[in-house]
Design a protein around this ligand. Sequence first.
Ligand SMILES: Cc1cc2nc3c(=O)[nH]c(=O)nc-3n(C[C@H](O)[C@H](O)[C@H](O)COP(=O)(O)OP(=O)(O)OC[C@H]3O[C@@H](n4cnc5c(N)ncnc54)[C@H](O)[C@@H]3O)c2cc1C
Length: 488
Amino acid sequence: MYDVIIIGGGVTGCCIARNLSKYDLKIALLEKEADIASGTTKANSGVVHAGFASPREYVKRDVCIKGNKLYTQAFEELNFSFQRIGSFVVALEDNQIKKLEEQRRQGTQDGVPGLEVILDKKKIKYMEPNLTDDVVGVLHAPTAGIVSPYGMTYALAENAAMNGVKFFRNQKVRRIKHQNYTFIIKTKDKEFKATNVINAAGVYGAKISKMVGLDYFDIMPRKGEYILFDRNAMHLNKILFPTPTKVSKGILVCPTVSGNTFVGPNAQNITDKKDLATTEAGLKEILEGGRHLVPNLPVRASIRNFAGLRAVPDTYDFIIDNTDVFGFINVVGILSPGLTSCYAIAERVSEFLELLGANMTIKEDYNPIRPKPEKFKDFSKIELDKKIKEDPAWGRIICRCETIPEKEILNALHSPVGATTVDGIKFRCRPGMGRCQGGFCRPRLIEILSRELNIPYEEVMKTGEETNFLVAKTKEIVLRSLEGGSEE
Ligand SMILES: Cc1cc2nc3c(=O)[nH]c(=O)nc-3n(C[C@H](O)[C@H](O)[C@H](O)COP(=O)(O)OP(=O)(O)OC[C@H]3O[C@@H](n4cnc5c(N)ncnc54)[C@H](O)[C@@H]3O)c2cc1C
């Protein structure tokens, strides 16, 4: 019997898990996919917003402003990639300056530090030389930053696991029964019991809520497409937003913590919660949008297109509710800026649990530090020589584009809540994220996964069930067909 079960291993669920792991509670997290950070958390802009953009009456504005501030401590404790580089909201017409002034005034009143409207074009271009000459002014937010959304989520999960949280992946919640103040949660092959349940199931949040009879909101997906450019194709100093529209913050041009640049996202309301396809029209739209801000986008250096789904609730605001079903907490409809807000959301959830009578005594052995993963690129030549002597896996380069040695891959596999799939490795330590997008290193990754997990090649998956790259050995297929079997 658990004190708390969290449903959903995105940034929201993992951040709640990590925050609760400091208390004397028995906690489990259930994730339907083969890995955590497989939903919206995997594909978004990775911007830590300053917090002035959402309407003032929304909960998401409050938790975003608080969440941004909490990043400093989290970064120090969890050692994920995060840089406070600052953002520009860009005005291209004189009449947009009024909007920027309004955002500055209200943002400052609500506690966003350092906001400044800059009209001096020379100064603006000095701060961001790639910006269009058509700029007439910008709202500078120095506390905005960039983060690896999945990198941070892995760090949160690792630290939560170090502090006792149990992670169960490949566990899709199918039914929840509530009787005698106990939730009985059924997955395909397991049953879990808990006193409290936290629903952090992203776009599927309404479905989980309905399982306990709570049918008071709906969630629809809104797709956002992106184009990613090669590392070092362009060096942006700032996150660049256009002056916003009603439905979205607009198409931005932004650097990533790994040195890439991207343009996107657009905003399309869709119905299929699995539709992550990019379209020609969508990519055209984001390129056109991005070029308004940065005319010389390095289109020839584009290495990947991808899409993410915002979980849009019918209230358009985050749903963070201690519900009428005693012990059931909804943390859903966490659209943008959910990544920024996660630390503040997690604090709210702790307050709810205290009200529900959970034991919120801080454990004596709680350790908030997640050690920094060692990286080949961070070592000096002397350090590297020493490392290779200690363990030759540091010297075997598996991904040439990103210079990733076998040792980093082994560490990603054997860390707490470690990778079990090819994408799990790719997102943890970047083999396959470079220019060739895995063309060279994927077979080697399959080999390493097969060896380390002690499974045949055919059982090595890209992301989860039925995503294997290999079906059988070529010779076996030929032999089978010669013996009269099917060639398939
Ligand atoms: C295009 C786009 C751009 C964005 N940009 C930003 C940004 O720059 N800054 C920012 O702050 N925010 C941004 N966001 C928002 C941010 O990405 C989300 O707020 C955040 O990722 C939501 O995380 P989550 O954990 O709530 O959801 P998810 O990451 O979707 O996690 C939910 C998890 O629940 C699991 N699950 C679902 N059903 C079940 C079940 N039945 N049983 C078990 N598990 C289940 C899913 O598999 C999934 O892993 C953006 C979002 C999008 C789509």
